[in-house]
Write a protein that binds this ligand. Structure first.
Ligand code: MLT
Length: 403
């Protein structure tokens, strides 16, 4: 027998596992240390009250023969699909039909699994820096080629730099699949409608497919597009991923959804029909209880409570941004985004800065180089801790860099 040798090409461990194990090793050596994590983007605020109440009542439904629910519908209950259609799309003037929405256990799984729809010879374009799941999943499926130096030979890298405020340019070489994420993880860059429209037009002209990760759209506070389908022609070239994780505190509850428009046809096949076929074979749906909780996000109270929590995190982001800027560090993000991205001081590499912050300030962040070669020399902090811990963490970082 043969295993899938593409796994052997990957770095030994996933970025956030590396960070967790380095942090655990430090904690083991310094049990009294007050470590503050601004590393992985995991939320800390409790679930919105409307969501908690929906969870309780869904549990009651499960306790009674008349309302008990067994296997969920593979693509989602109508009550949630309709809430998504109306709350996330119709409210913005975008018509998405319920059979174009596929409820899942969070965006991460589908941003990786979507590769099942595409041949392994396709060329994938990724931003650099980039959320590592898109890269690792495509490497596992054989679309990475070889890892030479700090690059995969078969990917097209759309290098994002400070000069363009970390927004990518259109691919200048052939690509079949384009992975985009806005507001961006890790840089916090948000794209305007005209900029996104250029990618949509490019994809339609080149018969490419855009995989659009909109997991952070709820953090947009200005007129930037929340959905790629706000752009003309996006339904013929784009798949969109959404998540309740950061919008409503669901990192531990697990729920999101993928939109695959019926107009999206490649190589003579409907990607919507293929995804439906794939999901009905490989996925058994999201629990009733979870979907009731997700539907509560669209109630007037649930939506207001989510907005309040997002404002809390955006304020944390501003606290981080302002403190680091006052320390003389060059920062990006924090606007329309829960991430602050900054340049490491005095020529430190990303991992050197990680070690310095952990050992000297007991603050955990994410090294930019973990997001790709163009992330070297940069660092990411998240706004998802409490305000108090965020203030303490940035005060320690400020003290460190003012010494
Ligand atoms: C991150 O820190 O980049 C995210 O929390 C990871 C994720 O959403 O999977």
């Amino acid at each position: 027998m043969q295993i899938n040798h593409n796994f052997g090409k990957l770095q030994t461990s996933y970025l956030f596992r590396d960070i967790a194990s380095k942090t655990a090793a430090y904690r083991a050596d310094h049990p009294a240390a007050d470590i503050i994590s601004l590393g992985i983007g995991d939320v800390t605020r409790p679930l919105p009250a409307a969501v908690v109440s929906a969870l309780h009542s869904a549990v009651d439904d499960m306790s009674c023969a008349e309302t008990f629910q067994g296997y969920p519908p593979a693509f989602g209950y109508d009550f949630l699909l309709e809430a998504i259609r109306d709350g996330d799309f119709r409210s913005r003037g975008v018509e998405i039909e319920t059979d174009e929405i596929f409820v899942n256990d969070g965006a991460k799984s589908d941003t990786a699994n979507i590769g099942d729809l595409f041949g392994t010879d396709n060329v994938v374009a990724v931003c650099d820096p980039v959320y590592p799941v898109y890269v690792d999943a495509n490497v596992m499926s054989g679309r990475g080629g070889r890892f030479v130096g700090d690059h995969w030979t078969r990917f097209v890298y759309l290098t994002c730099t400070p000069e363009s405020d970390f927004l990518p340019a259109l691919p200048s070489e052939h690509a079949d699949i384009l992975c985009l994420c806005f507001p961006n993880n890790p840089t916090g860059a948000a794209i305007d409608k005209a900029g996104l429209q250029q990618f949509v037009d490019w994809a339609n002209e080149h018969d490419a497919v855009i995989l659009f990760d909109a997991a952070y759209e709820a953090f947009i506070t200005d007129d930037k597009p929340h959905s790629i389908y706000e752009c003309d022609g996006a339904k013929t070239c784009a798949i969109e991923f959404r998540s309740f994780s950061k919008t409503a505190g669901f990192t531990g509850v697990r729920c999101g959804y993928t939109v695959v428009p019926k107009e999206l046809v490649r190589d003579g096949a409907s990607l919507n029909a293929m995804w439906a076929r794939r999901q009905s074979t490989k996925f058994n749906g999201v629990p009733y209880i979870t979907q009731r909780a997700a539907a509560a996000v669209y109630s007037p109270e649930g939506a207001a409570q989510c907005r309040e929590t997002i404002a809390y995190y955006l304020n944390n982001a501003r606290v981080i941004f302002d403190a680091l800027t006052a320390s003389g560090l060059k920062c990006w993000g924090a606007e329309n985004s829960p991430y602050v991205w900054f340049q490491a001081p005095s020529g430190l590499t990303s991992w050197q800065l990680f070690d310095t912050l952990l050992h000297e300030a007991q603050v955990v962040g994410t090294p930019g180089s973990g997001f790709g070669p163009a992330g070297e020399g940069f660092f990411r902090l998240t706004a998802f801790n409490t305000l108090e811990k965020t203030q303490t963490a940035v005060a320690r970082v400020q003290k460190l860099f003012s010494n």
